[in-house]
Design a protein around this ligand. Structure first.
Ligand code: SAH
Length: 343
């Protein structure tokens, strides 16, 4: 057996294994890696992909992440906040579309109190049989408690990079150790947790990306998102090149091999990087897609990066397009809630 086959046949992967897979550029070898990742995905999820309907309800943010178009210092952003009624309308739309997970995402926006978010969770849960994922950034631990008690199921809080120095360079107000403490706390109170990185950040090494995957494994995450760095206008990183497609797909495929039954999305960022990004992501092991249900006037202002996909479409146009795309790679949307396979 050659070296690559030997690695691909392993159950447990060392950091060196991961680094050598990340470095693959030969098309035949890459195809072997993706094929293996696809097999692992099929083992756990068959031919089903989970859809998560995402509502990006506020683009106000108190953080200043240097990669993100919504950073506080970006004064060119037209800021918006959706009212509770608008959020509930979008939630109904997701439910009516037969999607069983509603993701509530925003910048870090303390305008919405813990009680406001609790009320929204309560109303959605009272009306619809859906799972709720929160992606609101770092909040106080007692707020997480309230939301978990109200029935929120999952919390998405990416560590962004496991390289502590790099983390502090790109997050002026945040501490890496806090991010990890928050993730651990969320898990301890029963949330299904999601973490992950941005792949292709400036000064990020293969070793760093290997550490990102291993950190997700250590945290025993239920879902892991590896999104390609895409430059955003009016940010300190606006001139940095977008992530290389092969590097991103290699990262996702390796994450599938290492994390096995975790949920891994083919992100909107990936669809933005490549016209067929979602399909390629699924063929490299992803099992989740997150169509946006942010209403059309607002979605054009939730630009965490440039040229974001589908900002002028509305969900009515997105879903048939998505169905066709899924079909083209031999999968279909699941009708189940798509909870973690680890619980
Ligand atoms: N405020 C929330 C949600 C952030 S947006 C939070 O802090 O968790 C969701 C994700 O988008 C981020 O976690 C980050 O990984 C990703 N993202 C932001 N800007 C990006 C960029 N320029 N390129 C790629 N991904 C980006």
């Amino acid at each position: 057996m050659n070296v690559l086959d030997k690695i691909l046949n392993k159950e447990n992967f060392t950091k060196d294994d991961i680094i050598s897979l990340l470095k693959l550029t030969d098309i035949n070898k890459i195809e072997k890696l993706y094929h293996k990742a696809e097999k692992v995905r099929e083992k756990y999820f068959g031919d089903e992909v989970h859809l998560r309907g995402i509502i990006e309800f506020s683009n106000y943010c108190r953080q200043d992440c240097t990669y993100c178009g919504l950073r506080k210092a970006n004064e060119t952003v037209e800021r918006f906040r959706m009212s509770k009624e608008e959020i509930l309308n979008a939630a109904r739309y997701i439910y009516d579309s037969d999607i069983k997970t509603i993701v509530l995402q925003s910048g870090e926006d303390p305008f919405y109190s813990a009680e406001d978010i609790t009320e929204i969770i309560n109303e959605i849960k009272a009306k619809y049989d859906v799972a709720i994922t929160l992606s609101l950034g770092e909040r106080a631990f007692h707020e997480y408690d309230m939301w978990r008690d109200a029935g929120a199921d999952r919390y998405l809080l990416k560590h962004e990079t496991a390289n502590v120095d790099l983390y502090h360079q790109i997050h002026p107000y945040q501490k890496f150790e806090n991010k990890i403490a928050h993730l651990k706390y969320l898990k301890s109170i029963g949330f299904q947790i999601g973490s992950g990185n941005i792949t292709g950040l400036p000064n990020q090494t293969f070793e760093d990306i290997a550490d990102d995957i291993l950190l997700c494994n250590e945290l025993d995450v239920d879902m892991a998102s590896f999104s390609p760095f895409l430059s955003a206008d009016n940010t300190p990183l606006s001139e940095v090149e977008n992530c290389d497609m092969i590097l991103l797909l290699n990262t996702m495929a390796i994450a599938r091999l290492v994390l096995k039954n975790a949920h891994i999305p083919a992100t909107t960022a990936l669809a933005t990087l490549d016209e067929e990004g979602r399909e390629k992501g699924i063929l490299a092991g992803a099992n989740v897609v997150m169509p946006s249900f942010t209403p059309t006037p607002y979605r054009g202002n939730y630009l965490i990066y440039k040229d974001k996909k589908c900002i002028s479409e509305n969900p009515q146009q997105c879903l048939p397009c998505l169905d066709l795309r899924l079909m083209s790679v031999g999968v279909h949307a699941s009708k189940s809630h798509g909870h973690s396979l680890k619980i």
